[in-house]
Write a protein that binds this ligand. Structure first.
Ligand SMILES: Cc1cc2nc3c(=O)[nH]c(=O)nc-3n(C[C@H](O)[C@H](O)[C@H](O)COP(=O)(O)OP(=O)(O)OC[C@H]3O[C@@H](n4cnc5c(N)ncnc54)[C@H](O)[C@@H]3O)c2cc1C
Length: 373
């Protein structure tokens, strides 16, 4: 009998897993609570570590002009700058365009997309199957891939331990038009956070920042926070003052957590941020989400084709996930905590970048993976 697979969450991890399982001829349902295309909080810089894979799988949107990025500019809170060349580099594309493109590829691969929020995922030990429940019904499923992102109501329902710890970060994103070189991603520090800017398709730029939530509480509104805190960095003051802002209001998220999570929980194979989120300043959360989507779909396909046990799948996935991502997440947390978001730490980061390319390149290597094919 054909095994049925449910993928819960249609970001990059879920979409890549769904496309590959669909292409392998396996029946799969993708549950996504929102309707494509839609905007998300994300810096929209994708590391080139996934470029060969996307091209090989024909999942790179060739008809969209994506700026190639190979220089990182850092600025300290006071505006002192340093530039580094990025060995691997990346490209810029909005999630609005990229996720929509991938959702179309999923449909072409035979995936059924169900635009509903999943309320519960329950594993029945005796029957060795799951039920996946939305407001409209329940589905009996053999394998569930949890790709529901950094924080979902499902995490509360599943009683995952990381959810009990409050997280201090909020994320805010705009699309803007401004003078920004295509090949540069800039990371501008301010007291209590950092703001990235890089270009995407159609001559637009993404302006996205991570700030401590106490700042928002103190300054009461996003615009007051920007004027009173971000503007202390002269680069940010210039960008915010002269750019054309393309959204009516910014995209926002709160409770961004970098706590450790489990790659398998209650027999659900977690992918992307649901398995663990890397600090955004490392610039490769999306590449990791794509990579885990590939990993989880490979292992499920092999298990179904060769009738391996559930235990084989869970142990194999956990082992490979840890080998590929555990150290990168750990390094990301250290950088997030010690090198950014305060006067002294951002000064240190900039002077490290100015004075020691070797250290900066070492850090980049520790947070980025090998090119995936
Ligand atoms: C401020 C900020 C800036 C960032 N900048 C970058 C960057 O420049 N480069 C980079 O590589 N990474 C960046 N990241 C990280 C990157 O955005 C994530 O790592 C990546 O989006 C993870 O993909 P994902 O598929 O795991 O989750 P997501 O893309 O978050 O997708 C999860 C999906 O699950 C859906 N969902 C959730 N719950 C349910 C449910 N119960 N039922 C149905 N659907 C559900 C959601 O609607 C969502 O579509 C940034 C992150 C932040 C916070």
């Amino acid at each position: 009998m054909l095994k049925k697979i449910a993928i819960v969450g249609g970001g990059l991890a879920g979409l890549i897993a769904a496309i590959r399982l669909g292409k392998a001829g396996l029946p799969c349902l993708l549950f996504e609570k929102k309707v494509y295309p839609f905007h998300r909080v994300c810096g929209e810089y994708i590391s080139n570590e996934v470029l060969p894979f996307l091209k090989k799988e024909q999942l790179f949107p060739e008809n969209i002009q994506t700026p190639r990025i190979n220089v990182l500019q850092l600025s300290s809170v006071s505006g002192k700058t340093a530039e580094l060349s990025l060995d691997m580099g990346g490209f810029g594309i909005s999630r609005y365009a990229f996720d929509y493109f991938l959702a179309q590829q999923a449909v072409n691969a035979g995936v059924e997309i169900i635009h509903e929020e999943v309320d519960a995922i329950t594993f029945y030990e005796q029957e060795k199957t799951f039920s996946v429940t939305t407001g409209r019904g329940s589905w009996q499923i053999d394998f569930v891939i949890g790709s529901f992102g950094k924080r979902s109501r499902l995490d509360i329902n599943l009683q995952r331990s990381f959810i009990e710890k409050r997280s201090p970060y909020v994320g805010i994103k705009y699309h803007i038009r401004t003078q920004h070189p295509d090949n540069v991603i800039a990371l501008h520090n301010f007291n209590g956070g950092y703001c990235g800017i890089s270009n995407i398709e159609d001559g637009k730029s993404t302006l996205c920042y991570l700030a401590h939530r106490d700042l928002l509480k103190k300054h009461k509104s996003i615009s007051a926070l920007e004027k009173e805190v971000l503007f202390q960095n002269p680069h940010l003051e210039r960008i915010f003052t002269f750019a054309e802002f393309l959204f009516g209001k910014p995209e926002t998220i709160n409770e961004i957590s970098f706590e450790t999570k489990e790659p398998v929980f209650n027999h659900i194979l977690m992918a992307g941020d649901a398995a663990g989120m890397i600090a955004p300043l490392c610039g490769n959360g999306m590449a990791m989400a794509i990579h885990t989507g590939k990993l989880v779909s490979d292992i499920v396909t092999e298990a179904i084709n060769h009738q391996h046990s559930r235990e084989w799948v869970e142990a194999g996935y956990t082992q490979q996930w840890k080998k590929l991502f555990q150290d990168r997440l750990r390094t990301g947390r250290v950088i997030q905590n010690y090198l950014f978001g305060s006067v002294w730490s951002s000064r240190l980061a900039v002077s490290l970048a100015v004075n020691s390319n070797a250290i900066a390149n070492y850090i980049a290597r520790r947070t980025h993976g090998e090119i995936i094919q």
